[in-house]
Design a protein around this ligand. Structure first.
Ligand code: MRU
Length: 357
C-alpha cells in the first residue's frame, strides 16, 4: 500500500539485508531500518519495530535467513529458531513461520541452505500478501451488502492495527475496507486509539490517511455509545491466534468491543489468514498472553511544538500499572471469520470444513 504516494511492502530483502519500516517511529517519522543479523530480527520483534501477527511471522522467516548468513552451523540455526519463537509469545504466526522454515531446511546441505531459506521466506511473505488480498475480496461482500441496504456511508469500527502495516500488504481487517474504497463504496472507519501503545491512532489512522480513507480516531471507551446510537454498521478486527473452536485472541480490549457489539446487534467480524489458526490448543486458557512493560502505560510518546519526539510520564510516579497485551473473545460473540478461503462461522465444524481438516 502507499506512503506518500509510493507503494511499499512492510518487509523486503535487498543486498543481504532485511529492510523494515520501523513502526516504533510512526506516525511522526518514516524510517526504513536494516536488519543484518538474527539478533536484529529478534530485537525488532521484541521492541515492536515490526508487529502484527503476520508481519512478525514474515520477520521470523527472514530471521532464519539472517541466522544462516551469520553462521551456517545447524546448532546455531536451531538455537536462533527457538529464540525467534520466544521473542513474542501470543501470535501463533511466529511459531508457524519458524516451524515452516525449519521443516523446509531439514536435510538441505550447507551449500544450498541459504538459497532454500531465502526462497521459503519470500514465499511465506508472498503467500501472506495473497491471502490478505483474498480476505479483502471475501470481506468486501459483507460491506457491499450493508451498503446496498443502507445506500449511505458504511461505518466500520476497528481495534488496534490489523492493517497492511501488521501484515506484508493489504492487512486483514483493513483489506475489505481497502477493497470497498477501491470499488467506490463510501466507507468511514472508527479507529480505536488502542491504549497503551496506540496502534490504532499511530498506525491504522496513519495508513488509512495515506490511502485517503475517511477515518476518525476514538478513545477505546467510545465504541459502546456509538453502537447504541446506531453509528457503527459493523466491526472488523484482526487476531493473533484463533482457536479451532472459533475463540479469538486479539489486542487487549477486543473482548469488550465484541460484548458491546453483541448487546447492540452490530455484526462483529474477525479477519485472518489461515496461518493465524492454532489447530492444537483447545482451551483459550492455554493461550500464552503477553504481559508487557508497565512503562507502555505510564509513559506516552509524541512530538512537541518543534516536532521533537518526547516521552512523558503521565501517572503518579509511585503508582503500579499492569499491562496485559491481549484478551480472548469467545466464539459466541463473533458473527464470522473472514479468511482467504471464504467466510466461516466461528465454530470447529465450519472452520474444519473450510480448511479440509
Ligand atoms: O501488539 P501488536 O501490535 O502486535 O498487536 C497486533 C494485533 O493485535 C493485531 O490485531 C493482530 O496481530 C492481527 S494483525 C493482522
Amino acid at each position: 500500500m502507499k506512503i506518500e504516494g509510493k507503494e511499499y511492502r512492510t518487509i523486503w530483502y535487498e543486498e543481504s539485508v532485511v529492510k523494515i519500516i520501523d513502526q516504533t517511529k510512526l506516525p511522526h517519522r518514516f524510517i526504513i531500518k536494516e536488519l543484518k543479523t538474527v539478533e536484529d530480527a529478534i530485537n525488532a520483534i521484541k521492541v515492536m519495530e515490526v508487529r502484527g501477527a503476520p508481519l512478525i511471522g514474515g520477520t521470523a522467516a527472514y530471521g532464519i535467513v539472517l541466522a544462516i548468513q551469520g553462521n551456517n552451523n545447524s546448532e546455531f540455526i536451531k538455537k536462533s529458531a527457538e529464540e525467534l519463537i520466544q521473542s513474542r509469545p501470543t501470535a501463533i504466526n511466529l511459531k508457524w513461520a519458524v516451524d515452516r522454515m525449519m521443516k523446509k531446511l531439514s536435510g538441505i546441505n550447507s551449500d544450498q541452505i541459504l538459497d532454500v531459506a531465502l526462497k521459503e521466506a519470500k514465499e511465506i511473505c508472498d503467500e501472506d500478501e495473497n491471502f490478505c488480498e483474498n480476505i479483502g475480496i471475501n470481506g468486501l461482500r459483507i460491506i457491499e451488502e450493508i451498503y446496498n441496504k443502507k445506500k449511505d456511508t458504511v461505518n466500520i469500527l476497528t481495534h488496534c492495527n490489523a492493517g497492511w502495516l501488521a501484515t506484508i500488504n493489504w492487512g486483514t481487517a483493513t483489506s475489505p475496507i481497502y477493497h470497498a474504497h477501491k470499488k467506490g463504496i463510501p466507507v468511514h472507519v472508527w479507529v480505536d486509539e488502542t491504549r497503551p501503545r496506540n496502534q490504532g491512532a499511530n498506525l491504522t489512522s496513519y495508513e488509512l490517511n495515506e490511502e485517503e480513507i475517511p477515518n476518525t480516531i476514538i478513545a477505546d471507551n467510545t465504541g459502546g455509545i456509538l453502537m447504541q446510537r446506531g453509528e457503527v454498521d459493523m466491526c472488523i478486527v484482526g487476531t493473533d491466534r484463533t482457536l479451532s473452536n472459533g475463540d479469538v485472541c486479539n489486542k487487549i480490549g477486543t473482548y469488550l468491543k465484541a460484548l458491546a457489539a453483541h448487546d447492540n446487534n452490530v455484526p462483529f467480524y474477525v479477519a485472518l489468514p489461515s496461518s493465524t489458526i492454532d489447530w492444537d490448543i483447545k482451551n483459550a486458557k492455554d493461550i500464552p498472553i503477553e504481559e508487557r512493560n508497565s512503562e507502555e502505560l505510564s509513559h506516552i510518546e509524541g512530538v512537541d511544538e518543534n516536532n521533537e519526539i518526547k516521552k512523558l510520564l503521565i501517572y503518579p510516579s509511585k503508582s503500579k500499572a499492569m499491562n496485559l497485551a491481549f484478551d480472548v473473545t469467545p466464539a459466541k460473540y463473533i458473527t464470522g471469520l473472514i479468511t482467504e478461503k471464504g467466510i466461516s462461522d466461528a465454530s470447529t465444524e465450519s472452520l474444519k470444513k473450510l480448511f479440509n481438516k
